[in-house]
Each structure stands twice: as structure tokens, then as C-alpha cells.
Ligand binder design. Structure first.
Ligand SMILES: NC(=O)c1ccc[n+]([C@@H]2O[C@H](COP(=O)([O-])OP(=O)(O)OC[C@H]3O[C@@H](n4cnc5c(N)ncnc54)[C@H](OP(=O)(O)O)[C@@H]3O)[C@@H](O)[C@H]2O)c1
Length: 282
């Protein structure tokens, strides 16, 4: 694993207002929701620490955030590399305490849609490793530090699909269900030490991930709108940030249906067009 660290400084001495995070760390900040959040939080005097794998996109997001006045540090790393994540997050937290950690990195879209026989072992393990252990690797290095300081906010980007078992992507849904429960349990554990945990459960957001899907994306939100909504919910200390309301409502209702009826309805969603959604189909 090659790590690339670049620090870009600004001479702007304006500081964020009290109560506003001064050091925001974001995994998956090179694209989509994570990038939109990086741009949203990029302000004069704010420190951003951003992780992704793609060197070119990392350099670009660093430039874009610097142009908005932020101080930016980047790490080129895979979130499944627990040692790299641990070392870098500790280094960044030593430099200036991280107030807000956003775990947004994840794999999805066409990459997590298996053939109709289901995922093979390596794919299922890669999805679970990236989307679940990737979150654990981002969160755990900072837990004792944040609880010791009695401050900090952890934001876990899951998915509304974690609340339901979509037949199109069993391992993806499982990975998102896991981080949602992880976030809920963490909040109940560390809330007593003054650390907040917000689970983000988006529906479709218009990013390269969802654009890769050969299917309709009902109620799809632009990434910038999603970032604004997440930041608003984070600022008010919400336990969950769930959007859009239409999918939130549908999924809430689904919980009250008998399992046999849910199975029937969700099976219908793959009856038509499964082959076109199958990356291995001719
Ligand atoms: N878009 C949607 O409709 C939607 C809906 C619900 C939930 N979500 C969730 O939102 C999060 C962000 O997705 P997105 O839509 O913004 O997708 P995206 O545009 O494809 O961005 C994914 C980000 O994750 C990073 N990433 C992926 N695997 C990584 C790895 N192994 N190590 C380090 N970084 C990794 C990518 O960085 P590099 O390419 O630089 O590595 C990129 O910055 C994901 O957790 C996704 O599951 C998205």
C-alpha cells in the first residue's frame, strides 16, 4: 500500500464558529457523497483530512477544498487497511483533535449486483470488508480519544437498503445493515461520554456509484443536496439522517408487512430486468 500525504496550508486566519467542527475527517472523500461533504465543510480555517484510493481525485478534491479556504491533508489508502487507517487517524488527531469523523467510503452500484445465483465468496467478502470493516477501521482508532475528551461526532454513511433485504444486492444490504446496527449500538454506548453518533441512510444519490446501475433511481437526490441535508442533521445532533422521505416512508411501512408479502413484492422487483442488471449477463 502506497500512502501519499500532502498538506496544503492557507494563510486565512478566520476560524469556524464555536460549536462548528474545526477538524473534519472523511473517508471516501474523492467522489460522490464524501466529496460533496468535503466541499460543503471546506471553509477558511477548517482542517479537512480526506482518505480515498484514487491519487488524481484526491489531489483534485484537495485543490478544490483549498480554493474554498480549508487546510487539507490527504491519505491515499484502502479503508480495509486497518494499520494505515489507525496510524494516519492518530497522526491527524495528534495534529489537531478530530471533531467530526465521516465514514462514507464504500463500494456499491453495479459492482455489488451479483448474478441471479448470488454473490460468490470473494465478492461477498470484498463488499462486507469494504463497507463494514472499512467503517470499523475508521471509527475505532478515535473512540477512546473522543470519549477521553468527552467530545466528538461520528457519522456513518450506511444506506436505506440496510433496513431491507433487497434481492439485487444481498451482501451490500447486509453490510449496510451491519453498520447501521453498529452505529446505533455505539451511540448508546458512548453517548454517555459526550460523543455523538449519526447514522446516515440515503436513498438514491446521483453519484458515479448509483449512475452505474442499469435501473430506475426513484427520488434520486443530487450529491450536493444530500451533503447539505447530512450536514444539517449532523449540526443538530440527529441520531439518523434518512432521505428522501418517500423511500423512508415506504421502508417504514414495509416493516409492518408479513414477511411472505414482503418477499412477494420484492421478488417482483427482479422479475423484470434482472438480466440487464446482471453484470455477468451477455
Ligand atoms: N449513491 C447512492 O445512491 C448511495 C445510496 C445509499 C448509500 N450510499 C453510500 O454512500 C457512500 C458513498 O457512496 P457514493 O455514492 O458517494 O459513491 P462513489 O461516488 O462511488 O464514492 C465512493 C467513495 O468511496 C471510496 N472508496 C470505495 N472503496 C474504497 C476503499 N476500499 N478504500 C478507500 N476508499 C474507498 C471511493 O474512493 P476511491 O475511488 O478514491 O477509492 C469514493 O471516494 C457509500 O458508502 C455508499 O454505499 C450511496
Amino acid at each position: 500500500m502506497t500512502d501519499l500525504q500532502t498538506t496544503i496550508t492557507t494563510t486565512d486566519d478566520k476560524r469556524p464558529s464555536p460549536g462548528i467542527p474545526e477538524h473534519v475527517a472523511i473517508t471516501g472523500g474523492t467522489s460522490g457523497i464524501g466529496k460533496a461533504l468535503a466541499m460543503h465543510y471546506a471553509k477558511p480555517g477548517r482542517l479537512l483530512s480526506i482518505i480515498g484510493r484514487n491519487e488524481t481525485r484526491l489531489a483534485q478534491v484537495a485543490r478544490d477544498c483549498r480554493d474554498l479556504g480549508a487546510v487539507v491533508d490527504i491519505l491515499q489508502a484502502d479503508v480495509t487497511n486497518a494499520d494505515a487507517m489507525h496510524d494516519w487517524l492518530h497522526t491527524r488527531d495528534d495534529h489537531q483533535p478530530i471533531d467530526l469523523l465521516i465514514a462514507s467510503a464504500g463500494m456499491g452500484g453495479v459492482d455489488v449486483v451479483p448474478p441471479s445465483s448470488g454473490e460468490d465468496g470473494p465478492l461477498a467478502r470484498q463488499i462486507l470488508s469494504t463497507n463494514t470493516f472499512g467503517v470499523v477501521n475508521a471509527v475505532t482508532p478515535l473512540l477512546s480519544r473522543m470519549t477521553g475528551r468527552r467530545s466528538g461526532h461520528i457519522v456513518i454513511v450506511g444506506s436505506i437498503s440496510g433496513a431491507i433485504g433487497l434481492p439485487q444486492s444481498p451482501a451490500y444490504c447486509a453490510s449496510k445493515a451491519a453498520v447501521q446496527v453498529y452505529g446505533d449500538a455505539l451511540r448508546r454506548l458512548i453517548g454517555q461520554h459526550g460523543v455523538r453518533v449519526t447514522n446516515v441512510l440515503p436513498g438514491f444519490v446521483d453519484t458515479p456509484m448509483s449512475q452505474s446501475l442499469d435501473m430506475a433511481r426513484p427520488f434520486c437526490w443530487p450529491a450536493e443536496k444530500a451533503a447539505r441535508r447530512i450536514a444539517r442533521d449532523v449540526a443538530r445532533g440527529a441520531r439518523q439522517s434518512v432521505f428522501p422521505w418517500q423511500l423512508r416512508t415506504l421502508i417504514g411501512l414495509q416493516k409492518f408487512l408479513p414477511l411472505a408479502l414482503s418477499d412477494f413484492i420484492l421478488t417482483q422487483t427482479i422479475k423484470h430486468g434482472w438480466e440487464s442488471a446482471d453484470p455477468k449477463a451477455d
